[in-house]
Write a protein that binds this ligand. Structure first.
Ligand code: ATP
Length: 226
């Protein structure tokens, strides 16, 4: 369960203060496949980054599975980001000179990935439909395939939470639907909470959990369409 309590975030740029979020309070149930939905500039990514502990609220507090992110020590925050959260970004963030398997293993390569981790990486790539692309580098993969590699990379650490910032932003609608179906699947089969930031309402299914943000404020109460 993610609980956002009275969160305000002010970005300071020089003399200017930008209110990205204003007293946002909402809950996202554990295991939900959820969207943070809203127009450009409404504060969606800001909220996602706060949940991922990549940034801190100006005021307010966020709890993930009962644990206050605000009260974590720097070491606990590092561990949370490293072990508990899988991040997926619009631009895939793959390394150009590594093949798909090594890109999935990136977080472990510096210390040397174990045979088991390599095997798991291959199984994950098979799971996301890239059985025949294991040896391909990013330039040899389509955008949708690159995002699948990024999803496999996020899944390798078996995160409790997957945070995806506009994961379909660079994909056509067919690939976008496929990537979201894959993430929905992960949430159902692996019982992972998945939070996807998007401004594309068309991708929302009836049972998805939605948090609507507009001008930094919560829109209609968070919940499903059904
Ligand atoms: N680091 C920053 N410094 C200053 N202002 C920022 C910063 N990050 C975001 N903002 C501002 O905060 C507001 C919310 O930005 P945010 O990126 O959260 O919106 P968004 O809904 O994700 O937008 P988009 O869909 O276009 O990515 C915007 O007005 C943006 O310009």
């Amino acid at each position: 369960m993610i609980e956002v309590q009275q969160v305000t975030k002010i970005h300071v740029r020089g003399q200017t203060q930008v209110y990205a979020l204003r007293e946002v309070t909402c809950q996202i149930p554990a295991g939900a496949f959820s969207f943070i939905l809203g127009p450009s500039g409404s504060g969606k990514s800001t909220l996602l980054y706060l949940i991922g502990c990549l940034d801190e609220p100006t005021t307010g507090e966020i709890f993930v599975n009962g644990q206050s992110l605000k009260k974590m020590t720097a070491t606990e925050k590092d561990a949370y980001r490293r072990n508990d959260v899988g991040f997926i970004f619009q631009s895939f963030n793959l390394l150009a000179n590594l093949n798909a398997v090594d890109n999935v293993l990136v977080p472990y390569l510096a210390r040397g990935a174990s045979t088991q981790q390599r095997q798991e990486a291959i199984e994950l790539l098979e799971r996301v439909g890239l059985k025949d692309r294991l040896d391909h580098r990013p330039s040899q993969l389509s955008g949708g395939e690159q995002q699948r590699v990024a999803i496999a990379r996020a899944l390798l650490k078996k995160p409790k939470l997957i945070l995806a910032d506009e994961p379909t932003g660079e994909l056509d609608s067919v690939n976008s639907q496929q990537i979201l179906a894959l993430l929905r699947n992960c949430s159902q089969e692996l019982k992972t909470t998945v939070v996807v930031v998007t401004h594309e309402q068309e991708y929302v299914h009836e049972d998805d959990f939605i948090v609507r943000i507009r001008d930094g404020k919560l829109g209609t109460p968070a919940g499903t369409l059904s």
